[in-house]
Write a protein that binds this ligand. Structure first.
Ligand SMILES: Nc1ncnc2c1ncn2[C@@H]1O[C@H](COP(=O)(O)OP(=O)(O)OP(=O)(O)O)[C@@H](O)[C@H]1O
Length: 608
């Protein structure tokens, strides 16, 4: 559970430098207090009233060392020097000991935690990304980090040094006239406590607002991602209406609850401060008339008290801004505390151990459910000998892709085990293991970069000859040559958009270049036209028998030549054998095959 402690731990690596810079900034604030004090003493000097003992002591020391006997001149020089030190000398030092380090820490922490956030994203389990859309995740991370970045200089550079300043003022006032100091301390503390209490109430509303904003932004991001569907169903107006409703709700919350709350706070706070200052003026004036306080001290007291009360507004503003950000900062920490997936990789591990597999895959009594009590796979037992081509077929939702997800260790079986070359895959180094597998999905991910970069994603050091060979098999060469800059054309997010078929060919070539021991095609050619698909299949025959291939397909023409066809039905294997055997069995496969042969005009394209 994220808490204030999590926020402190964000800056733990910079503890020493943070402490030093906060102390330095606080000292600068204290030095600034010398000015009203010295001005008060100058007034006493000019009006021939006695000076305070410390000033007299310093002046006597100066007289002893310099030999100057004119007391008035020495006193004036000492007081002038104090003002010079507190203003001219302090001015160039303060930004460096304070601002520079506060921002250095904030920016260094941003760099470090952005890296950690990427690490977290890479280590979260797959189901997290199925439940949270990219906009929601990016918003949570970016907002959390940027709020941390902005808050640190404010808290370390303002909040803490200003509090020290107020403490310094109280001590000086206590020394000059303790009843006035007591009045200031009590009134200041009461106002600050009341302010913080009001802020706490506003924070609760800020938290609700934050989750409203996250929902709105997440929907906007979904609209962008699914814009084709929105337009195709002419749902623009409905989406707009829904977002308008959400934005109105946010606005109402901001104005009626949050902004109004701040307005009330500023109003009573300002009035109370002025009342206190006015009363303090009366008390110190009375003390001066009664001769208890010198004219110089009266000026010093009033100036210092004004300075202290003047800090209530900036202090509460910093506290207010911090409060606004607190909720989103905590949400960032909650995100960072999410448990990593069981399949997560040790990113600190330098070298990936080498692993070579024969490609023998053995599912032994595998049970699996996404939701407890609702098994998706039931007692799957399947042996795939090395270098065989096995097809997984079955109705939509029968569990084909889930079986592959288990093979890739995205999820763990509830019961049973999956062995590769006789070893339980859970015992293998996950990075080394996955390096020996490759998959081509129906939807191929294309990164922003050149076609070449995308092709060599799994194997960046692949030599040109290997790339061209894979491209020839997957028929990438056909369209690559047509692109404006060939293989160096930028594709993806900020480049040329590839068609669904072209993306699938790219996906196939990319997987081939990884040179895996087990190659999986999950509806990998479904976006291709019949002719291209047949051509690619013919080309793929050159690698058939060189590695284990698992093909998930609805189009029967793509699996007829498989060594084994496994038919899944409601999470169980109901039949297995080659095409002819399954037809001869006259079971589900033969039944569906017959239905589709009758339905389809083309004898080569049967869908399951
Ligand atoms: N992350 C998930 N959480 C919960 N249920 C899931 C999840 N992923 C898939 N399922 C469910 O598991 C079942 C099997 O899904 P799976 O994707 O394995 O089927 P499939 O045979 O590959 O289907 P298709 O041929 O349509 O791709 C479906 O009922 C699906 O709704």
């Amino acid at each position: 559970m994220a808490s204030f402690r999590s926020i402190l731990s964000y800056y733990r690596p910079y503890r020493a430098i943070a402490l030093t810079s906060i102390i330095a900034a606080s000292v600068c604030e204290l030095v600034d207090l010398l000015v009203p004090y010295a001005i008060g003493q100058i007034l006493n000097l000019l009006s021939q009233q006695p000076l305070d003992a410390p000033i007299v002591a310093i002046a006597e020391t100066v007289t002893r060392f310099t030999g100057v006997t004119n007391t008035f001149q020495v006193n004036l020089a000492v007081l002038g020097a104090l003002v010079f030190l507190a203003t001219v000398i302090r001015a160039p030092i303060q930004p460096w000991v304070g601002v520079w380090f506060h921002w250095w820490i904030a920016l260094a922490a941003r760099r470090d935690h952005s890296r950690k956030a990427v690490e977290k994203i890479l280590s979260l389990p797959l189901e997290f990304f199925e439940e949270n859309n990219p906009g929601r995740i990016a918003n949570r991370v970016n907002k959390g980090i940027s709020n941390h970045t902005w808050s640190y200089p404010e808290v370390a550079g303002q909040l803490i040094p200003k509090l020290v300043r107020v403490l310094g003022i109280s001590l000086i006032l206590w020394w000059l006239d303790w009843p006035v100091a007591l009045g200031l301390i009590v009134s200041f503390s009461v106002i600050l406590a009341l302010t913080l209490r009001s802020l706490r109430r506003i924070i609760q509303k800020e938290e609700i607002l934050d989750s409203h904003i996250e929902n709105t932004e997440s929907r906007t991001s979904e609209i962008i991602t699914n814009i084709k569907t929105v337009k195709a169903f002419a749902n623009e107006a409905r989406e707009l209406e829904r977002q308008r409703h959400r934005l109105d709700r946010e606005f109402k919350m901001v104005i009626d609850r949050i902004h109004r709350g701040y307005m009330y706070l500023i109003t009573w706070q300002g009035t109370l401060v002025q009342c206190c200052l006015f009363s303090l003026l009366g008390f110190s004036l009375a003390a001066t008339i009664a001769g208890r306080v010198s004219l110089g001290h009266f000026i010093t007291i009033y100036t210092l008290a004004s300075m202290a009360y003047a800090e209530i507004t900036p202090l509460s503003q910093v506290a207010e801004v911090f409060a606004r950000r607190y909720a989103s900062v905590l949400r960032f920490h909650e995100f960072m505390e999410l448990p990593s997936g069981r399949d997560s990789i040790d990113l600190g591990q330098a070298a990936i151990p080498q692993l070579q597999l024969s490609g023998k895959v053995d599912f032994q009594h595998v049970w699996f459910s996404y939701v407890p009590g609702r098994p998706i796979l039931r007692d799957i037992t399947l042996l795939i000998p090395p270098c065989q081509t096995v097809a997984l077929v079955g109705r939509s939702g029968s569990g084909k892709s889930t079986l592959i997800k288990l093979l890739f260790r995205y999820f763990q079986p509830d019961q049973g085990q999956i062995l590769v070359d006789g070893q339980d895959i859970q015992t293998l180094d996950v990075r080394a293991y996955r390096k020996r597998l490759a998959i081509v999905h129906q939807e191929v991910d294309v990164f922003n970069g050149t076609l070449w970069d995308n092709l060599t994603y799994a194997h960046p050091d692949a030599d040109a000859e290997a790339v061209y060979r894979a491209c020839a098999i997957a028929r990438v060469d056909e369209f690559a040559e047509q692109l404006p800059h060939g293989y160096r054309t930028i594709v993806g997010e900020r480049g040329l958009r590839l068609s669904g078929g072209q993306r699938q060919r790219l996906g196939i070539a990319r997987a081939l270049l990884a040179d895996p021991d087990v190659l999986v095609f999950d509806e990998a050619t479904s976006s291709l036209d019949y002719e291209s698909e047949r051509d690619i299949q013919r080309a793929l025959r050159t690698i058939t028998g060189t590695r284990t291939m698992i093909i998930i397909a609805h189009r029967l023409s793509t699996v007829r030549d498989a060594d084994k066809i496994v038919v899944l039905n409601e999470g169980t294997i109901c039949e297995q054998g080659n095409h002819d055997e399954l037809l001869a069995q006259g079971g589900l496969y033969a039944h569906l095959y017959a239905i589709q042969r009758d339905r389809d005009d083309s004898p080569d394209q049967y869908y399951l």
